[in-house]
Design a protein around this ligand. Structure first.
Ligand code: ATP
Length: 455
């Protein structure tokens, strides 16, 4: 019997200290082997091991010292699975069936005779997906699933319109096919699943329909909110899910909201949606929006000046699809007029788009008020000289939001925050950018404020 007492104590604290997503993706999959001198953590794969080493080893070590001040055990991290063999080497220790932790049913998978089409868009790849705080966890989870199917099953990716959910699931499918060309990977928008089912019912071809969907190795279902209030389609989806899950096939869903908010979806299906891992994609921040624009411009073999990318990213904040649309317009105009892309030409081309958003332009005063209210500090502290952390952090966050969301120059922002100079604003911006990666609470606060200010 392997003891995990100390690790269980660590888990309790880590669950409190980390965001739900970070905890579920990185910490929960770890298995522990411990004695008085060592705590060995076994990660399901190298990807998780490396990530935990880089991001959490220090925090876990500190926690061990706190929990066992005299006789802190030594922490080691490796790839493995304690349920297979305690002493097995890392390479042989990973067992997929123990990760899935689900019995294989004796039912044979019917062999489908028809030609199989994946419906994947070969251009939507991980290499074209720009990583940022808004999608870091969803991207990691998707990459892990592409590397090892079943590790999170189902994977449920949710978030607002045009934020990259479809891109991510195609990227998973494409990567699986790259490594295993024979694998049956099927992408289906929910709408198509429903209409194919209705057609099959009508033509009395339900057996074929079932056989088709149950013959796949990986099923990628886009926009499951479309199943809301469609009882019969939900019933079919439920049985398809169970069949594939029981046979250890990977399923990935996307949705515009988390599973628990899918009204009009049966409870038993909602509980299936959330029995694996649910991860969010959020609105990208300014830096990520700029990076996405550069990446898209590079794919289109177009040079996009930095100032144009910033101008676009500052004005188009709501979703990446709109940003991409604006870029295509700029590129098309430049090609049509046979002239280079400049800030003036971009401003002219996007005039109507920008004018629409002009009415929602965010003021420095609005940012100060919303941030002060959120952190429950008086709004006057935004302009004050006080440096206590309690005041300084909200102020840094407000300055950072001001740089991200407004057209004001750094000196203007500094001025509005009690006459600080531009280097203080820049320092605040950089500090907050670092904190957003290192501290999940800061990231949550920031996303929340961004949402409040832009909607
Ligand atoms: N992080 C990113 N890096 C590169 N491109 C991105 C990123 N996020 C979104 N995109 C691009 O934005 C466009 C919209 O993304 P996508 O279709 O995946 O959104 P979605 O979240 O599925 O939206 P919907 O809910 O409307 O289906 C796509 O062209 C996609 O390539």
């Amino acid at each position: 019997m392997v003891s995990t007492k100390l690790w269980n104590e660590c888990l309790k604290t880590l669950e409190r200290e980390l965001s739900g997503q970070d905890f579920n993706v990185w910490i929960r999959p770890l298995q522990a082997l411990e004695d008085t001198q060592t705590l060995r953590l076994l990660a399901p794969n190298r990807f998780v091991m490396d990530y935990v080493k880089q991001n959490y080893a220090e925090q876990i070590n500190a926690l061990l010292m706190r929990l066992r001040p005299s006789g802190t055990p030594q922490l080691t991290l490796q790839v493995g699975n304690s349920r297979v063999s305690v002493n097995s080497s890392p390479a042989t220790a990973v067992s997929k069936s123990s990760l899935l932790n689900h019995a294989v049913t004796s039912q044979a998978i019917p062999v489908a005779q028809e030609t199989f089409t994946t419906h994947l868009n070969a251009k939507l790849l991980f290499s074209h997906f720009v990583s940022g705080n808004s999608n870091r966890i969803a991207l990691s989870a998707a990459k892990q699933v592409a590397q090892e199917q079943g590790i999170y099953n189902p994977l449920f990716i949710y978030g607002g319109v045009g934020l990259g959910k479809t891109h991510l699931i195609h990227a998973v499918g494409n990567q699986i096919l790259q490594k295993q060309p024979q694998s049956r990977v099927l992408y289906v928008p929910s709408e198509r699943f429903v209409s194919e089912m209705v057609k099959a019912l009508h033509e009395k071809k339900m057996n074929e329909f079932k056989r088709h969907y149950r013959s796949v190795d990986t099923l990628l279902i886009d926009d499951v909110q479309f199943f809301m209030n469609k009882a019969q389609s939900q019933e079919e989806l439920f049985h398809t899910f169970n069949y594939l899950f029981d046979n250890q096939k990977q399923i990935i869903f996307t949705s515009d909201r988390p599973p628990q908010n899918l009204q009009g979806i049966e409870e038993r299906l909602k509980s299936r949606f959330s029995c694996g891992l649910a991860v969010a994609v959020e609105q990208p921040d300014l830096e990520t929006r700029v990076a996405i624009l550069h990446s898209k411009a590079q794919i289109a073999q177009t040079r996009l000046p930095e100032e144009v990318a910033y101008f676009m990213a500052q004005h188009i904040q709501s979703n990446v699809r709109e940003l991409e649309g604006a870029l295509h317009r700029i590129i098309a105009t430049a090609r049509f007029t046979n002239s280079p892309i400049t800030l003036t030409s971009a401003q002219e081309t996007l005039k109507d788009l920008i004018n629409q958003t002009q009415s929602h332009l965010i003021t420095l005063a609005a940012i100060q008020k919303i941030v002060a209210d959120y952190f429950r500090v008086p709004v006057s502290t935004m302009r004050s000289r006080q440096r206590s952390r309690q005041i300084a952090r909200p102020r840094q966050i407000a300055m950072s939001l001001a740089k991200e969301l407004t057209q004001h120059s750094l000196p203007e922002i500094g001025d509005a925050f009690g006459g600080r100079d531009h280097s203080t604003v820049l320092y605040s911006y950089r500090t907050v950018a670092k904190l957003k990666t290192a501290d999940s609470q800061v990231q949550r606060d920031y996303s929340h404020l961004l949402e409040r200010l832009t909607h």
